[in-house]
Write a protein that binds this ligand. Sequence first.
Ligand code: SF4
Ligand code: ZN
Length: 766
Amino acid sequence: MSRYIATRAIRGANALVGEAEVMLKQALDEHGADTPVSFPNTAYFLPVIFGMTGREIENLGELPEVLDHARSLLHPTPSAKHWTPYLGETLDSGMATLLAAETIEAIRYIYGLQPELLPGFELAGGTSFTSPDMNGGADGSSNGHLNGAIDDIQLRSWGIQLVDGRMPGFAAIVGCAKSNAAAVQIVRELQRRNILTFLSGNVNGRSIIHQLLEEGVELGYDTYTVPFGTDTISAIYALGFATRSALTFGGMKGGQAKEILHYNKDRVFAFVLALGEVDDLKYAAAAGAINFGFPVIADTVIPQILPTGVTTYEHVVSLPWHEIDGGDDLEKAERLVQKCIEVRGVKVQVADVPVPVPYGSAFEGEVVRKADMRVEFGGKNSRCFEYLRMGKLDEVVDGKIEVVGPDFSAVDPQGSMDMGIVVEVAGRQMEQDFEPVLERQIHYFVNGASGIQHIGQRDITWIRVSEKAAEVGFDLESFGKILHARLHSDFGAIVDKVAITIYTDPEQVDQRLDEARAAYDFRNKRLEDLTDTAVDVFYSCTLCQSFAPNAPNHVCIVSPERLGLCGAYNWLDCKASFNINPTGPNQPIKLGRVSDLETGYWEGTNDYAKVGSHGVVEEVAMYSIMENPMTACGCFECIVMLIPEANGVMVVSREDTSMTPAGMTFSTLAGIAGGGIQTPGVMGVGKYYLASPKFISADGGFKRIVWMSSVLKDTMSEEFKIVAEREGDLELIDRIADERSVSSVDELLAWMEAHEHPALTMDAIF
Ligand code: SF4
Ligand code: ZN
């Protein structure tokens, strides 16, 4: 291994630890040891420090020992005489660098110095961050502020995608690309593969963040590109993200450094892409990343480090820009990203979708503003619907895409028009029950096209096509091409043939819409009839076991009236998933003899719970929080928790960061609810389960809810209206307290008295 790299990394680490010590001393002098330190909206303290050393840092006074530890990892720079070709010293320096960098960022937060654009740099005309969280942080808003730490809600919402492989990993880009065009192309290539992109660092004051903003690239959570900061130190947030992934999804504990590093090497397909000149600090930070098994690829001439086992393949690869084949910067950028993927062994799954715009899940969250719009379907001024139905195998013509009516070239710019998308699928394994499961995918499939925005479903679909997309040739037929390609690639096991008809002729739209509505009604009815007692199998979901090696015992049991706790899998989804992948994570559970219908015990579910949990859980009650409640991994949308004094339960949403009457916030509660063990009185659930007639029905049902995050009241108001009717009390939801007025048990009890909450007069819950 190269002495040159060791020398520079060790030198960079020494300098940074020294810098951190000076800053810390000053901060202690000016603010005192008791000053709290944390990153906003994140659990796990300062995550790299917590993960690597187990220290739960909460205030400044606890940081000197971290830096002492960092200093103990430092080595003198190697001389020619005392040089062993051994990676250990470089890795130690890397770790010291990470500890120092996180310390510095934590101190910066105290001074209100979140990562910012460099002074004097103006955002490109009209450019703004699209994600509301982009300005997050202690003081709220200033346009120059960059992201800083990724908040927990975002980490969670990416969780399932990271687990099921839709999001293969992340790229930490540090520095500045050869040209703006190259910068944009690199990010596009990564987006196309659904690889999260973290941006930081600069070369002589210029950062890839500047380059992308100048080119009008939208940065933010929605587009999978997160600008951490324009210096190298802010790259620490990428490793904080990696550490938190291992803690959250891998079920690891703080201080399990070896396990966390291995988890990342084996499961998080991340790499560092160093653009432009590499200085001492970048070498030191790169050495830190190598600890996690993340290789470093540079577009300049630097010595390479070939495989020795810390990363899966090469550790450091140099692919100098001028040596990359390819005519222009765009081609070179493409090759560079290719190289990164090879070196890391990233598993990328992309369907080849033959449309003239870039395509990939990274574009799913894209917003098309009115001003950038070519045409819209649905919304205020026109009608739009989508309908997928099963056809006969010998009648559906695979690949047939027909447009009935004029294309949108006939409409004025920014105008609107009617549209109906009718998809016919056929296949030997296809069942009518899968129609809604596949139809719901249309939203994700269409949204994957850059410049297309899709909202809603069924007859409230609302689609916008941007001017840019239309300019390069995106037309009505393109919708058909997307759906044909994706249905085959994602659902090949149940779908053999796909044909699409796009209707824009108003009379035809009318007619087809009637047919579609009849089908929606039929399905609604079917869903209503689809109760737990109407079926003889439930489904297991063990998807989360695959990424939680330390909490491998959680299974969701999914019934028609109780969906998976992540909210992503209901009974029909599981049924379809089993048909697509018969040896996959969703297996049918034959119910067999019922032993207690009220609490929700069957022979089959109990037997399965034992097997699925590897003996950890003996029995599971489908309808109770008090007796053998279902376990949880970490993905729940809400936490339900007993408030004994109130004779009821509270429901906290993942999106709610405020204090609950239990004296804990969601993040703290999450630690109690997760982990795959049964804790009577605490349960993680999917939010639609709240509206189910089987919601803790053994304990009194919905009327037990005494407190609920207001975001749930808002987003579920339609469903709760129906619940209130069902429970025979139209005021029921207004009787439930929320964080806007109640944040302690005393306040809760007063509220319940004042609003005559039914739990006051119900039987004791235990
Ligand atoms: Fe994980 Fe349960 Fe969701 Fe399956 S249903 S992905 S096990 S949380
Ligand atoms: Zn989970």
